[in-house]
Design a protein around this ligand. Structure first.
Ligand SMILES: C/C(NCc1cnc(C)nc1N)=C(/S)[C@H](O)COP(=O)(O)OP(=O)(O)O
Ligand SMILES: [Mg+2]
Length: 568
């Protein structure tokens, strides 16, 4: 059979490590889907497993979650009506630094020139608007209009996405997916990272040693971009921390990116809603080595928690100091080189041992007491073990999850930069397909759940034993705490019954509603034993039963939102 554009794309997706692609079919992408689904591995099995989603928003969010597990992901949609919904998960991938490849079908290449009006379009003969929009939310957007250009354009998009850890966009007209195409060359041209420039690397390490020279109390602050630099960067950071002997704190969106069972871990640095003694350690330090950090209104609690000393910030491929910046320096090379050059200074660790908070007494609710947020915390935390990944959805679930202690090996996923309510349901589904060996637990609020609930039915279809704790506090409580109004009230659903509806005659999802600590304990035992499908536990709590951290954080974020315009 002839080798086609679709075959070229399939080959490249497999070569960059993708094994599942998330799709919603449409007549502009059907030939392409045949090609992607038709690629076989050496054993004659599909090399790419097609995963259908209920809509393109969820499809793109499932791909975003898959990229967290797998490194890269592909989302395949139809033109315009599909892609515009998938733009939201693509925006999430951009904000969260994930190489999601958004692939869209497109009109037949002859139609533009014939001024044809086509379905799914805006009803004009302009078919460039989607590509233009995609340019704004990806690091590289290409539209293939001749089969002979396909190899160059596909490779360019994939290489850009993998190097920048940002999404890319590939547009393939419906009559080109099956058109003859050249076969690909070695994948190394696409996947090889840009190496550090040796001279710049040496200069950067020298500058860092200079920055730390003479400082009495250095500390390390880890941000969410560390993980995007690869596992070797996470390993290199641990070695650097152990060489320095200083305290290590993480930003909230970086929770889990430094082991919380490590003796130098001092908590989540989040201003007044920090955990353990991270706030004191960072504010006591006279030098802070920031690795992959992102300072936003949310991570600085409405700008009330910016470190007060001049910072040195190491990113994926560049490092900045108070007076200089260096590019073409890969993070793992920089951290490794600095580890060799740096001297031990454990002053912050010594201080931490003095001020470390004592373990708090956890109140055990009576089993017939009305269920509280605290009791949910107390009962869910022990479920986190070395094989578990906890997904926390935008809402008070952020705060409840961030307060939980991660044992060795446990992992944590949060979408704090994009913050799209509903992300966690499709994202944990995609993640679970990428890492089937992990146990996945998701904490999601009722408002968020209503946005993307359909993807629980994909968990049923794929028989994934994901455990979902749906915190039903009757509405948008985060919003209530920031600024209340009737718009924060939502129509209550029977969430347990909804999940049963997803079973129809061939599903195996378990679900229940719990209103006391005792019922929750029973539900958790059932959830742990339930295999062959997801378990949803709807936890009913009072509307104002939220974490104190949410109230404090919400107060300052609302204040930051309310700053009057500065008249220039
Ligand atoms: C409406 C909104 N944010 C605004 C918003 C609106 N639309 C999208 C897509 N994303 C957003 N973050 C938010 S955080 C709700 O409080 C979430 O409610 P819920 O899931 O029920 O969680 P809490 O009750 O714990 O807040
Ligand atoms: Mg809610």
């Amino acid at each position: 059979s002839i080798f086609t554009v679709g075959d070229y794309l399939a080959e490249r997706l497999v070569q960059i490590g993708i094994r599942h692609h998330f799709v919603v079919p449409g007549d502009y992408n059907l030939i392409l889907l045949d090609k992607l689904g038709g690629k076989l591995d050496l054993f004659g099995r599909p090399a790419l497993i097609e995963v259908g989603c209920a809509n393109e928003l969820n499809c793109s969010m499932a791909a975003e979650g898959y990229a967290r597990a797998n490194g890269a992901a592909a989302c395949v949609v139809t033109y315009s009506v599909g892609a515009l919904s998938a733009f939201n998960g693509t925006g999430s991938a951009y904000a969260e630094n994930l190489p999601l490849i958004l692939i869209s079908g497109a009109p037949n290449t002859n139609d533009a020139g014939q001024f044809h009006l086509l379905h799914h379009t805006l009803g004009t003969s302009d078919f460039t608007y989607q590509l233009e929009m995609a340019r704004k939310i990806t690091c590289c957007a290409v539209a293939i209009d001749r089969a002979s250009d396909a190899p160059r354009l596909i490779d360019r998009a994939l290489h850009a996405a993998l190097r920048a850890k940002k999404p890319a966009y590939i547009e393939i007209p419906t009559n080109l997916a099956g058109a003859p195409c050249m076969r690909p060359g070695p994948i190394s041209a696409v996947v090889d990272p840009v190496p550090s420039n040796p001279a710049v690397l040496a200069a950067t390490i020298g500058e860092a040693a200079q920055y730390l020279q003479g400082k009495q109390k250095p500390a390390i602050l880890v941000g969410p971009k560390l993980r995007r630099a690869g596992p070797e960067a996470e390993e290199a950071l641990i070695k650097l921390a152990e060489k320095m002997g200083c305290t290590v704190a993480v930003q909230p969106a970086a929770k889990g990116m430094f082991p919380e069972d490590h003796p130098q871990y001092t908590g989540v640095f989040w201003g007044q809603v920090s955990t353990l003694a991270a706030d004191a350690c960072i504010n006591w330090a006279d030098a802070i080595l920031c690795v992959g950090t992102v300072f936003t209104d949310y991570s600085t609690v409405g700008w009330t928690a910016m470190p007060s000393v001049p910072l040195m910030v190491a990113e994926m491929d560049h490092v900045t100091f108070p007076g200089s910046t260096f590019g073409r320096v890969r993070l793992c090379d920089f951290l490794g080189g600095l580890t060799k050059a740096v001297r031990r200074n454990d002053a912050t660790m010594i201080e931490y041992r003095r001020l470390r908070p004592d373990p708090v007494l956890i109140h055990v609710a009576g089993e017939n007491d009305a269920l509280s947020r605290k009791e949910i915390q107390r009962q869910v935390e022990p479920l986190l073990d070395a094989d578990t990944t906890l997904f926390v959805e935008t809402g008070d679930s952020w705060f409840n999850g961030i307060q939980m202690k991660l044992p060795k090996g446990a992992d944590f996923e949060i979408e704090m930069q994009w913050g799209h309510i509903g992300w966690s349901i499709p994202a944990c589904f995609g993640y679970a397909l990428g890492k089937p060996e992990r146990k996945v637990i998701t904490m999601v609020g009722d408002g968020s759940f209503q946005v993307t609930a359909q993807e629980v039915s994909q968990m049923v279809r794929w028989k994934l034993p994901i455990i979902i704790f749906l915190i039903n506090n009757k509405g948008y409580t985060i919003e209530v705490e920031i600024h209340d109004g009737l718009y924060n009230r939502i129509k209550n659903w029977d969430y347990a019954a909804l999940v049963q509806a997803f079973n129809s005659t061939d599903g195996n999802a378990a679900s229940c509603r719990v209103e006391t600590g005792g019922e929750l304990a029973t539900a958790i035992t059932m959830a742990q034993e339930h295999k062959g499908g997801p378990t949803l536990v709807e936890c009913v709590i009072h509307q104002d039963d939220c974490s104190r951290e949410l109230i404090t954080w919400g107060h300052y974020v609302a204040a930051a939102n309310a700053r009057p315009p500065v008249h220039v």
